[in-house]
Write a protein that binds this ligand. Structure first.
Ligand code: SAM
Length: 212
């Protein structure tokens, strides 16, 4: 199944759960900042920001279903369908980018790097990137599925869910490499409850963009 189709197929029912640390975010991002949520789903993080006094917000997602649900649920949010690899915004036009549980949907290092390249294009120098995502686990259930799918996908930590999603749990060294153009302001390990109700290792990262 194409991943876009999967996210459309669950757009009416999935609840996303990775926590937004508004206290940490607000230390680095002022209330009038222009904020872009990449892979915003139905917009629950932007809604939280909105109710914390941030009103200059844009959300983009490649799933039409997610965006439609978000428009119904939060009609005051600016939510847009992202219809190709490009982000339809000018260079250096946003103060902060949020990327929550999106890397987990992108299997290859190359595609993750491409998304980061687009994010760095639209983010202003010294802008803020706030990422959260999943890290590798060591419990039996995860070890079994990482081993089962390693050959098919060529990356340890990528696996399929029975419902059709392909997910990735990340090696921390890769995450640090991917985010190397951002000077780390905060990095913490967390335990996340996944969208299917399981526990997983995860992290959140807040970094400042230093264009090279
Ligand atoms: C696990 S959900 C998280 C949604 C949202 N960030 C949140 O935390 O509530 C992942 C979302 O990323 C979107 N997505 C995955 N890959 C994407 C891509 N390459 N471009 C845009 N959206 C993408 C999916 O459609 C889905 O809505």
């Amino acid at each position: 199944m194409k991943q876009e189709e999967y996210w459309n197929s669950v757009s009416e029912k999935k609840e996303f759960t990775t926590p937004f640390q508004v206290g940490a975010f607000s230390k680095y991002v002022k209330r009038d900042s222009r904020i872009l949520d990449v892979g915003c789903g139905y917009g629950r993080t932007l809604d939280e920001l909105y109710h914390n006094g941030y009103h200059n917000l844009i959300g983009i997602d490649f799933s039409k279903g997610m965006i439609e649900r978000g428009k119904q649920q939060f009609p005051y949010l600016d939510l847009r369908v992202k219809d190709n690899e490009k982000i339809s915004l000018p260079d250096a036009s946003v103060d902060a980018v949020i990327l929550f549980a999106v890397l987990t949907c992108i299997q290859t290092n190359e595609e993750q790097k491409q998304l980061l390249t687009e994010i760095k294009r639209v983010l202003k120098p010294q802008g803020i990137l706030y990422v959260n995502d999943f890290l590798l686990n060591t419990d039996e259930r995860n070890l079994t599925r990482y081993a089962e799918y390693k050959e098919a996908y060529g990356i340890y930590g990528v696996f399929e869910l029975p419902e059709g999603a392909v997910c990735r749990h990340h090696d921390e060294a890769w995450i640090k490499q991917l985010l190397k153009d951002f000077s780390e302001q905060e990095y913490s390990h967390l335990t996340f409850t996944t969208m299917n109700g399981n526990q997983s290792n995860g992290f959140y990262f807040i970094g400042q963009f230093n264009p090279s």
